[in-house]
Structures are given as structure tokens and as C-alpha cells.
Design a protein around this ligand. Structure first.
Ligand code: GDP
Length: 324
């Protein structure tokens, strides 16, 4: 590692936000030489990671995520904690635009020294963005943040990715006003460790109804878990009502899963899954770079597209080159 990168390691450990921002830029880069430097950086910092509570937070656009994070973040700073916020936003990688909005979000929080806010990396597929965010999360831990919140929009795969890198997955929901049945997504029922109905100040009755429906839906899908019964809470990120209870519930989750061993078990599972995902990706790169594969790949894929070659036969033929 050269002097610049050693200084970067020292800067992150000294909790300098500029150094942290630079280190994250390095892990976000897809350039081969940057990847090597990023790996060395992460290896050096690895012993200092693991100390934060990693919270995933998801919700539809407009559910109140940034309002909620800002209020929670400022509350936590008031309790003496340091808070980092990262984002996984699939829209920003697909079309350059962002569902999670621009830099003006969480303005009050971003002004605090005890906070660090980083928007989503803006290039690459979701898989790549997820890896970069995991690495950014480790860097935030090395920089001494007590809580790292990974925010995402409520759209399928990015939720799975965020739940797969956090200790606790929180879903922010909105109650529909009126009596219609609430639309509850299956993914939420499977992934959530905590469900919070935000904007409870708007319509208390609708929120109450929605909470009841969510509880029964969760009960049907998840049944009784030995580790944790998913709480369904109400809050108003705008007025602050219910925010203390929400944080208490997150703390209870940590304590109870730490006692049952599930907390550590989940982290181990995630680390292994991450490793396999990296191996899968690396294998694919090696495959594409293989000389004999490169010579035949386009033509073979063309035959599959034409319907003259079965996908299984195409894959077997190409993979055979790796054995020789
Ligand atoms: P995001 O897209 O999920 O990040 O949502 P925002 O935090 O940007 O919030 C969307 C809008 O809802 C903003 O105008 C907020 O002021 C408003 N909002 C957020 N939380 C609440 C709440 O608890 N009650 C009410 N009435 N409005 C809220």
C-alpha cells in the first residue's frame, strides 16, 4: 500500500469525514487498479469493522424515509451516537435519475458533524451497487459510526439486497385513507423485522386499521418465530410521535437476537452469501475473458437467440472450454 492509501486508512480510523468520503469513492470505482487499492484498504480496516448496528430502511417514494431518517438521526446524535446514512437506489444506476432525490434531502442531519450521508453510487447494475454499498458500510464502521442506515426504495430486488446486508430491516408503510383494504406486498411480509406506519398524524383511524391488517398478514406468512415477533408500529416522522418507541423496538431487536445468537448467525450468513456472490461474479468475468469462449460467445448466443441451439447445449459447449 502506498503512502496516499496509508494516509487514507489513518484518516478513516481518525474519523475524518473527508477521508471516509474518499475511501468510499475508491470502493465505488470499477477501474481495475482502484479495485486492487480498495481491497487493500478494506483488508487493512477490516479488524475495525462490525461495531455498528446496521439498519435497512425501505419504503415507497413519499413514504417519509428521509424525514424519518433525519429525525431518527438527530435523536440518536442527541443520545451520543454517530450516524451514517447510505442509499441503494436502483433508479440512479438505470437512468441517472434518482427516486431517492438529490442532495438537499436530510439537510439538518447533513450539517451535523456526527452524521455522514452518502447518496447511492450512480453507476452499474444493482449487484454492483449492492457490493459497493456493503463496502461503504464497512468503511463507515471503521470510521466509528454507531449506527449505519442503508436506505432503499420499496422495489423488489433492492429490498432483498439491503435486507441481505443489514442486521435489522425496517419497512416504512403508509395507510391508505378510507376503508379500502391495504395493499401489502409479499416481499415486505417476508423481509421485514419491523414495520412502521408513518404519517399516523394524517388519519389515525386508517392507520389503526392498516396496522391490524398488517399484523394478521404477518401472522399468516411468518407464524410464530422463536427469535422475534415482527412489531407493527405507528409513527409520525413529521411531528416526532412514535419515534422513541420505534428506536426502542430496534434496540429490543438487537438485544433479543444477540441473546438468541441470531444476530451473529445472520451476519455470518450474509458474509458467506456475499463471498459467493463475489465468486460468481469473478467466475463470470474469467469466463468472458477466456480466449476460446471469447472466440465463440457471440456466435453461440446468436444461435440461441435464433432458436437453432438450446440454451442448455450452448452453456455446456461454452463451459466445456474452461475444463481444457
Ligand atoms: P421519501 O420519498 O420516502 O424520502 O419521503 P420524504 O421524507 O421526502 O417525505 C415525503 C413527504 O411526506 C414530505 O413532504 C414530508 O414532509 C412528508 N412527511 C414525511 N413524514 C410525514 C409524517 O409523518 N406526517 C406527515 N403529515 N407528512 C410527512
Amino acid at each position: 500500500m502506498d503512502a496516499t492509501d496509508s494516509a487514507l486508512v489513518a484518516g478513516v480510523l481518525a474519523r475524518e469525514r473527508r477521508a471516509l468520503a474518499k475511501a468510499i469513492t475508491l470502493v465505488e470505482s470499477t477501474r481495475a487498479d482502484h479495485r486492487l487499492r480498495a481491497q487493500a484498504l478494506l483488508e487493512a480496516l477490516m479488524p475495525q469493522t462490525g461495531g455498528a448496528l446496521r439498519i435497512g430502511l425501505s419504503g415507497a417514494p413519499g413514504a417519509g424515509k428521509s424525514t424519518f431518517i433525519e429525525r431518527l438521526g438527530i435523536d440518536l446524535i442527541g443520545r451520543g451516537l454517530r450516524v451514517a446514512v447510505l442509499a441503494v437506489d436502483p433508479s440512479s444506476s438505470v437512468n441517472g435519475g434518482s427516486i431517492l432525490g438529490d442532495k438537499t434531502r436530510m439537510e439538518a442531519l447533513s450539517l451535523r458533524d456526527e452524521a455522514f450521508i452518502r447518496p447511492s453510487p450512480s453507476s452499474g447494475a444493482l449487484g454492483g451497487v449492492a457490493h459497493q454499498t456493503r463496502e461503504a458500510l464497512l468503511l463507515c464502521e471503521a470510521a466509528g459510526f454507531d449506527v449505519v442506515i442503508v436506505e432503499t426504495v420499496g422495489v423488489g430486488q433492492s429490498e432483498v439486497a439491503v435486507a441481505g446486508m443489514t442486521d435489522l430491516f425496517v419497512v416504512l408503510q403508509l395507510a391508505h385513507t378510507g376503508d379500502e383494504l391495504q395493499g401489502i406486498k409479499k416481499g415486505i411480509l417476508e423481509l421485514a423485522d419491523l414495520v412502521i406506519y408513518n404519517k399516523a398524524d394524517i388519519d389515525a383511524r386508517a392507520t389503526e386499521l392498516a396496522c391490524g391488517q398488517m399484523r394478521s398478514a404477518l401472522h399468516m406468512v411468518r407464524g410464530h418465530s422463536a427469535h422475534w415477533q415482527v412489531p407493527v408500529l405507528q409513527a409520525s416522522a413529521l411531528t416526532g410521535a412514535g419515534m422513541v418507541a420505534a428506536w426502542d423496538s430496534m434496540q429490543q431487536f438487537r438485544t433479543s437476537t444477540q441473546e438468541s445468537g441470531e444476530f451473529e448467525a445472520r451476519r455470518k450468513r450474509q458474509a458467506l452469501q456475499w463471498t459467493w456472490a463475489m465468486i460468481d461474479e469473478g467466475m463470470k468475468d474469467l469466463f468472458r475473458q477466456h480466449q476460446a469462449v471469447r472466440a465463440e460467445l457471440d456466435a453461440t448466443l446468436g444461435q440461441v437467440a435464433d432458436g437453432t441451439l438450446a440454451p442448455a447445449a450452448a452453456a455446456a459447449r461454452l463451459l466445456h472450454h474452461l475444463k481444457t
